[in-house]
Write a protein that binds this ligand. Structure first.
Ligand code: GLA
Length: 379
């Protein structure tokens, strides 16, 4: 019996019909461009969230979590609508709502993606629930549709204006690969990302600084992009080149111009990163990570002192490249380093944080891992 199986039995008194798992993610490159029809290159991390479930004979949905053992939330299916107050369970209820579920359910969640670290614990939760529901209720949604439905849950039910990247990679990733995702139509291609056999490691540095997409900074960045697109009469940032953007500079405010410059240059960095990976040119990949960070810091203005210190200290310790990942304003940075320098890099970042008076950071590493999957079914 697995851990979540046992907790389900302890809580609900019988065994779950299905258990699914979905991972968090790190985005190698392609930041803040998923909502601009851009390309992104994320991979799934090994930390994942599990969802165990059974159908109930009535119209109740009961949800509990292994991390909060003493609380079961019980809701009637008819009451699951945007606006219903709640806590973490809204992410699961939002998926139930977005997928149009008509059956009562018992649901147990066991989350192992670090919270608030910019590693997409929310997408892992949504996608574990969506994958379990899709199989348990034989709904037959493909992965692209599941990505759109889980994004809808987060946008319209939870009220977080995220893009499509996190849910897509949590659902579609393959172990050993980064996912080159076209955020316009959700077609994708696996790109081998084999750091280990090249003597490298991808260090994830959780700055422990606050990270929330609901503070308004994320939504304002999206609004700037919408405004640029409207003023320049294009469908999305993807249709802009640096030349076209520069030629239209007078039509935009200074802030809109630099936001758009980030989007345009970041999309082109993603394509260059794919070429660098395919050529196993990790030096070039490192340079692209550095350029991405500078663009997010200076043009898109979504970095913060903790992220900048993490990146600068990693580079000072010899990293090939480093950058902030995810929505920004806190959360995590990544550093591409020689595996032999892990301890030195950690020390360098730790002491830079100490000198700056920041809370101590946390460190993780992860190989590119498998996306959402069914772990156990039919008992
Ligand atoms: C958050 C959002 C994603 C994406 C990133 C920035 O993680 O959930 O959709 O916009 O920020 O790249």
């Amino acid at each position: 019996m697995s851990h979540i199986d046992r907790i389900f039995v302890d809580t609900f008194g019988y065994s779950p019909e299905i258990i699914a798992a979905a991972p968090g993610r790190v985005n190698l490159i392609g930041e803040h461009i998923d909502y601009s029809d851009g390309y992104v290159l994320p991979f799934a991390i090994s930390d994942r969230t599990f969802a165990a479930m059974s159908i109930r004979p009535d119209r109740l949905v009961r949800i509990a979590s292994a991390q909060r053992r003493n609380k079961i939330v019980t809701v009637n299916l008819d009451d699951i609508k945007p606006g219903l107050k709640g806590e973490w369970e809204r992410y699961a209820l939002g998926v139930i709502w977005a997928m149009g579920v008509k059956e009562g359910l018992d649901v147990m969640i066991d989350g192992h993606v670090p919270l608030g670290a910019g590693l997409s614990s929310s997408a892992a939760l949504e996608c574990s629930v969506a994958t379990a529901l899709n199989h348990l209720l034989s709904l037959g949604f493909d992965l692209q549709t599941l990505a759109r439905l889980t994004q809808k849950a987060e946008n319209d039910y939870v009220g977080v204006p995220c893009g499509i990247m996190d849910q897509s990679v949590s659902l579609m990733a393959q172990a050993g690969f980064a996912l080159l995702l076209d955020c316009r139509d959700l077609t994708s291609r696996n790109v081998s990302f084999d750091v280990a056999s090249n003597g490298l490691e991808l260090l994830i540095i959780d700055t422990q600084a606050h990270h929330s997409l609901t503070d308004g900074g994320y939504a304002r960045r999206r609004q700037s992009c919408d405004s640029v697109v409207a003023k320049l009469s294009v469908r999305s940032m993807r249709e802009l080149s640096l030349e076209k953007l520069s030629a239209s500079k007078d039509l935009l405010s200074d802030v809109e111009f630099i936001r758009a410059r980030h989007a345009v240059t970041e999309i082109s960095r993603v394509h260059s990163a794919v070429e660098a990976l395919e050529a196993k040119n990790f030096t070039e990949l490192g340079q692209l990570l550095n350029a991405s960070h500078a663009s997010l810091r200076d043009d898109y203005d979504v970095s913060c002192p903790e992220l900048n210190v993490a990146v600068d200290a990693s580079i000072a310790a010899g990293a090939l490249g480093a950058r902030m990942v995810g929505g920004g304003f806190g959360g995590s940075a990544i550093a591409l380093i020689n595996a032999s320098t892990t301890v030195d890099t950690i020390h360098s970042v730790e002491s830079a944080f100490k000198n700056a008076g920041f809370k101590a950071p946390r460190f993780f590493t992860s190989l590119p891992s498998q996306g959402a999957e069914i772990m156990q079914r039919g008992l």
